[in-house]
Design a protein around this ligand. Sequence first.
Ligand SMILES: CCCCCCCCCCCCCCCC(=O)SCCNC(=O)CCNC(=O)[C@H](O)C(C)(C)COP(=O)(O)OP(=O)(O)OC[C@H]1O[C@@H](n2cnc3c(N)ncnc32)[C@H](O)[C@@H]1OP(=O)(O)O
Length: 147
Amino acid sequence: MQDVIKVHCFGCGSLNERGLQIKSHWAGPEELVCRWQPQPFHIGHPGVVYGGMIASVVDCHAMWTAMAAHCRDSGIEMDGTALPFAYVTGKLSVSYLKPAVIDQPLELRARVVDKGERRSTVECVVLQRGQECARAEVIAVRVQPLA
Ligand SMILES: CCCCCCCCCCCCCCCC(=O)SCCNC(=O)CCNC(=O)[C@H](O)C(C)(C)COP(=O)(O)OP(=O)(O)OC[C@H]1O[C@@H](n2cnc3c(N)ncnc32)[C@H](O)[C@@H]1OP(=O)(O)O
């Protein structure tokens, strides 16, 4: 969905040549999915994805999940034009359950599980070859558009 939105975000920005260029898509009524292929330089221990990279992908996918769910709930079209708000990360908590190998893609599945006035709590599971390798809870907070 964000293909049409030109941003420089390290996680999703299509204009950031050195960024991760992730893309998040609806996959059912409540869930957004993101698939990301780690590169050899995203390594931590030999053969294993650096945990901070997983946190980064989770972070960005969770913000898009909060934003997409809020737009859906508010009847706001995500058509690539500027939105009247942004989401920022208030809190990011990741449990690493199994090592993720560097040469296989990761699949992230996220949904909003609780919503306050401006806060969305997003749960995200990180799968590799169908096995859960991490699980995260992210607090996304809606703010005024950032310059
Ligand atoms: C051309 C079109 C362009 C379109 C455009 C596309 C955009 C493309 C998006 C890319 C996606 C970017 C993904 C990058 C994501 C980052 O990297 S964001 C950067 C890292 N994060 C930051 O810099 C945030 C820094 N912190 C802050 O600015 C402030 O502390 C915050 C988070 C805004 C909160 O401050 P505040 O507004 O004073 O919050 P406050 O009124 O106290 O609380 C508001 C709500 O949030 C909750 N809350 C606030 N902080 C926390 C916390 N730490 N823990 C738990 N709950 C919290 C409160 O409980 C409250 O909940 P509700 O009452 O709504 O239920």
